[in-house]
Design a binder for this molecule. Sequence first.
Ligand code: TXA
Ligand code: MG
Length: 352
Amino acid sequence: MKKTLVLKVDSKELTMEKIRIAADFIKKGGLVAFPTETVYGLGANALNPKAILALFEAKKRPLDNPPIVHVGNPKDVYRLVKKVPPKAERLMKAFWPGPLTLIFKRSEIVPDVTVASLDTIAIRMPRHNVALALIRESGCSIAAPSANLAGKPSPTSAKHVLDDLNGRIDAVLDAGSTHIGVESTVLDMTADPPQVLRPGGTPYEVLKKVLGRVELNPVAVADKALPVEKARSPGVKHKHYAPNADVIVVEGEVSAVIGKVKELAKFYAQKGNKVGILATDETASHYKADVVKSLGSRSDLTTIAKNLFRLLREFDSEDVDVIVAEGTPTEGLGLAVMNRLRKASGYNIVKA
Ligand code: TXA
Ligand code: MG
């Protein structure tokens, strides 16, 4: 166990004192959790193999699932990759800094452990000023997976980070809750047309407007478990986003969903389970269960995305056994929300 320093910062009036303390840890090969606009990341110097090994260990993350490398300036990409295709340059201009991760062929300077021995690398430039200040002050690119224990919902606050990693990392920069709440979109630029491997903070529809042709990897939109060969992104074959409780997702037209959720909640309660329902503003009043929580209005997917991981963690702190979750619309940020919910359920999906 080490002592984890909590460094509170105000992102609206950012001063450098705490950032420098955090950057010193990174420079010495340490581990620092920090906010991005999507979720909190757990950072280490991307070019320091020892630091990256420690990062995997702290998260209990399998070594075959590489992290995303975060840069403080688009120019920093060029030394990490073999080449930047023109389409990627267009995307970097349009969406960086922001919640879009691009996959490139990697260069020789990147240690094997940082990319799980793949010949590709995932890179993004985050938008959060605390993240950018940390990267720039550290003077290196920072590899940062989400700052949760492997398999758990991603952290959207410093409290979530500490719940999972207190005593396992050097410090956390605490700037309050993150804005977007789901992780970045992962887009494979080594495929033609480019392919979305993980839907996220930059919606597919928006990418299509800029690129014309973009594909969705089957795994990104799957509503059942697919064979691992279909997965181009190493992360997709591991258990993900799962609270301790069992999750069941009910998908379909809203009125049918309400009926099915009621039926399932009753069934599990009668078997003696503590039942939680993950509802929406429009439906929550229809339900009776041990715990009912609303993600937000079905017409406000931004709020739904922002609340998702926090509510999944809250069900755990209330010791719920089973979570019956409503499916949400799949346009815009909704595709990322449904991807996370379906994975959290282990594809335990009921069609209403
Ligand atoms: O918003 C985010 O992306 C957050 C914040 C902290 O930036 N980070 C994040 O990292 O979600 P992580 O490590 O939890 O997820 C990275 C995803 C995994 O699904 C991983 O398999 C995939 O990116 N990935 C990483 N390198 C890859 C590569 N070379 N090829 C394909 N997929 C890759
Ligand atoms: Mg993650």
